[in-house]
Design a protein around this ligand. Structure first.
Ligand SMILES: Nc1ncnc2c1ncn2[C@@H]1O[C@H](COP(=O)(O)O)[C@@H](OP(=O)(O)O)[C@H]1O
Ligand SMILES: [Mg+2]
Ligand SMILES: [Mg+2]
Ligand SMILES: [Mg+2]
Length: 351
């Protein structure tokens, strides 16, 4: 008998491979006016929109009854000023949809030569991602480019997809086109996929190859521990993590990296800890920024909580609710890390 979620797994790998090829090619051709600034001041590029359209249309063909929680929507593309951007996105999405089938692809997902879609179909595919989330049933999340700021700098970013069933993440996948397969060998082949299915483990695959390696987080001690965090100090407080690492006696400098590539790196042992500490009140973490990554780490033997030690709740809607940060760490160091996080936060609260 096939393993649970075998078809979802095949589709997810196929969609992420295609989307990574798209974003990688966009980066090499991106021109200045192909990036917008959204209402929350964050950037979005033609690559984000086209990749969401691609993944969403593949999911809609394979699992037509499943709702999607996607980061992007087509509002800014449907107006007259959005015409040039819209045309470019339709062109890019169709290029990706029409690319030849490779091993694992299925023509039934609406991909392969001769599957060109009209403008309306592309915009509607983007907007399938407007689901509100919630506690019951199946839903997919799509973050077509996570770490758009890293993408624009030519650094790390990730194409991220997850399947959530009754608020539990069952499948998480992230594609990282710029990430070396082995971080200790910066010249090693670049391009990784991290994939986890609940109860089936966490794997790394080369972006363009079939071999897969099972990942287990190694055990860390304070002497060997190093931590991962965002490049952007506006997304995670570097001063709070500095205090926490001092409390833990960590001597190695932080490994700063954009996107959920951090969760993939943690799962394969590039550091034993990922900290994301709120920079202020008001921001709510998005489920598509954590659902795939948190499963990767849990399936590799790690623990993911907020700073109170609570599991992340993916059943509250499009966001995680009130922001208490994220503490992801190896199973054996997580309790000590949590203690240090709480000590740092209470010291901060007294100031
Ligand atoms: N003030 C804030 N605090 C925490 N996260 C934020 C934030 N503003 C934006 N983000 C999120 O941080 C994500 C990038 O994560 P990281 O900092 O780990 O690279 C962004 O994803 P996108 O790039 O998909 O928009 C965005 O959703
Ligand atoms: Mg964004
Ligand atoms: Mg994101
Ligand atoms: Mg994004």
């Amino acid at each position: 008998m096939a393993r649970p979620f075998a078809r979802e797994r095949q589709l997810a790998i196929s969609a992420v491979r295609r989307a990574c090829a798209l974003t990688d090619s966009v980066f090499n051709k991106l021109v200045k006016n192909e990036t917008l600034t959204k209402g929350d001041k964050s950037p979005v590029t033609v690559g984000d929109y086209a990749a969401q359209a691609l993944i969403s249309s593949m999911l809609a063909r394979a699992f037509p009854d499943d709702p999607i929680v996607g980061e992007e929507d087509s509002k800014d593309l449907r107006v007259e000023e959005g015409r040039a951007l819209r045309e470019r996105i339709v062109e890019l999405a169709n290029e990706a949809i029409n690319a030849p089938l490779i091993d694992g692809d299925d023509v039934a997902w609406g991909i392969g030569p001769g599957q060109t879609k009209k403008t309306d179909e592309i915009l509607d595919a983007i907007d399938r991602g407007s689901h509100e989330g919630g506690r019951n049933g199946r839903m997919w999340t799509i973050d077509p480019i996570d770490g758009t700021k890293g993408f624009l700098r030519g650094e790390q970013y990730a194409v991220c997809v997850s399947l959530i069933v009754d608020a539990q993440v069952q499948l998480g996948i992230i594609g990282c086109p710029n990430l070396p397969l082995d971080l200790s060998k910066p010249d090693s082949e670049r391009g990784c996929i991290f994939l986890a299915i609940k109860g089936q483990g966490c794997f790394q695959l080369p972006l363009n190859g079939p071999s897969e390696a099972l990942l287990r987080m190694p055990a860390f001690t304070p002497a060997t521990l190093s931590f991962l965090e965002s490049v952007e100090a506006a997304h995670s407080s570097h001063s709070t993590t500095d205090t926490i690492s001092t409390l833990l006696g960590i001597t190695k400098p932080p490994l700063r990296m954009d996107s959920q590539a951090k969760y993939g790196c943690l799962a394969r042992g590039d550091g034993g800890l990922y900290l994301r500490m709120p920079t202020g009140v008001g921001y709510r973490e998005k489920i598509w920024d954590h659902a795939p990554g948190s499963l990767l780490v849990e399936e590799a033997g790690g623990i993911v909580t907020d700073s109170r030690g609570e599991r992340l709740d993916f059943g509250l809607g499009r966001t995680l609710g009130e922001n208490f940060g994220v503490v992801a760490a190896g199973g054996e160091v997580h309790p000590a890390v949590l203690k240090a996080v709480q000590q740092a936060n209470s010291a901060k609260a007294k100031v």
